[in-house]
Design a protein around this ligand. Structure first.
Ligand code: FNR
Length: 339
């Protein structure tokens, strides 16, 4: 196995090792006001939405994880089938590996083969050239391209990049690539200034991927003979990142630490058009009978999101940011310092 494929498999194993079910995070410090008289009924239609020109059954999706190894093939095959059967969108893991290892294409394409008509997002790193990105988008018939910004992860990786002059390439990608581009973090959070800067370049979709869930500094530290433990604590929590990003008037995706349908609902209330889930879904898939369990879990989340819409008196996803919310004081004090 190549060093890159080995790394992909190590990421899968370590994401499993460090996963803590329902670990507390910033969503626990955010609360919503509920009308005791909601005048609603549970309606699954109310959570259906459009994503990159296609209809999806729900505004939450399976966010970027894997590709480029043997285990990735099986995971992307299962995720492709599940996305197809539940009609939710699926983002694949970074396909930048294909620039050096074209023979790993199968482990990505399988998801498109299993889900020929669904919303599929390709994912690359910020140095991927226009030519390579175009090739990947065409091969996967991707509906949009996620580009990840992962400086903390790279620094925590002994073999990681040490040069982060990415802006010129992002400008080129934006000018040449015809599908929508989503700029995302990988669990350390996008700050408002970066969103503001990239908005000027014509980028409109941002996935804040905040801290509180998968911690890539922790994952890379476990692979690093000289771990930098303090890197594990420098992420921007998802709720803080989302509140700040909402000031930028962009198409926002909220992700990072989503554990249950209430977190999805809160992500939508924070202004997320869509909410992404990675490790919570992966860990269900990796258990015994994982395929069936994840399929059922996603159907259950669809139902429960419709329940929450009814509980909070809502018929329209676009109205959710109007729901009154309040924060525990420690979180509010942190947000206030950044506003
Ligand atoms: C990831 N993530 C990720 N992100 C990305 O942009 N490209 C990638 O290749 C990967 N690879 C990857 C592998 C594994 C095993 C996990 C668990 C995650 C990051 C992911 O998309 C997301 O931003 C973070 O995991 C935070 O979300 P969760 O896991 O807290 O829901």
């Amino acid at each position: 196995m190549s060093i890159r494929s080995t790394r992909k498999e190590e990421h899968l194993a370590l994401a499993q090792k460090f996963y803590e079910n329902e670990k507390s995070n910033s969503f626990d410090q955010m609360h919503l006001v509920r009308p005791a008289l909601p005048e609603t009924s549970v309606n699954l239609q109310a959570i259906s939405t459009k994503m990159f020109g296609k209809t999806v059954s729900a505004p939450f999706f399976i966010n970027a994880m894997t590709g480029g190894s043997k285990k990735s093939f099986a995971i992307n095959q299962a995720l492709g089938k599940i996305a197809q059967q539940t009609h939710i969108a699926l983002a694949l893991g970074s396909a930048s590996i294909l620039v050096k290892e074209a023979d790993q294409l199968d482990s990505f394409i399988i998801a498109r083969q299993e889900n020929p008509n669904g919303v599929l997002l390709a994912n690359v790193n910020a140095k991927t050239s226009v030519r390579d990105a175009e090739k990947i988008i065409a091969e996967l018939q991707a509906d949009a391209l996620q580009v990840h910004l992962n400086v903390v992860q790279e620094i925590a990786m002994p073999e990681g990049d040490r040069d982060f002059h990415w802006l010129a390439n992002l400008q080129e990608l934006r000018q040449q690539i015809t599908v929508p581009i989503i700029i995302k973090e990988v669990g350390c959070g996008l700050d408002q200034a970066t969103i503001h800067r990239l908005k000027k370049e014509g980028i409109t979709f941002f996935d804040i991927a905040g801290s509180g869930g998968t911690n890539f500094a922790q994952i890379e530290n476990a692979r690093n003979p000289q771990p930098l433990a303090y890197l594990e604590n420098i992420g921007l929590p998802t709720v803080i990142a989302a509140v700040l990003a909402a000031n930028e008037d962009v198409d926002l995706i909220v992700s990072g630490g989503i554990r249950n349908p209430l977190d999805v609902f809160k992500g939508l209330c924070l202004g997320g058009k869509y909410v992404g889930i990675s490790n919570t879904f992966l860990q269900v898939l990796l258990q015994d009978n994982g395929f069936e369990n994840l399929l059922q879990l996603i159907k259950e989340w669809q139902k429960q999101l419709a329940y929450l819409m009814a509980i909070y008196g809502q018929n329209n996803l676009t109205d959710l940011p109007k729901i009154k919310r309040y924060f525990d004081l420690p979180l509010k004090a942190q947000i206030d310092q950044l506003l």
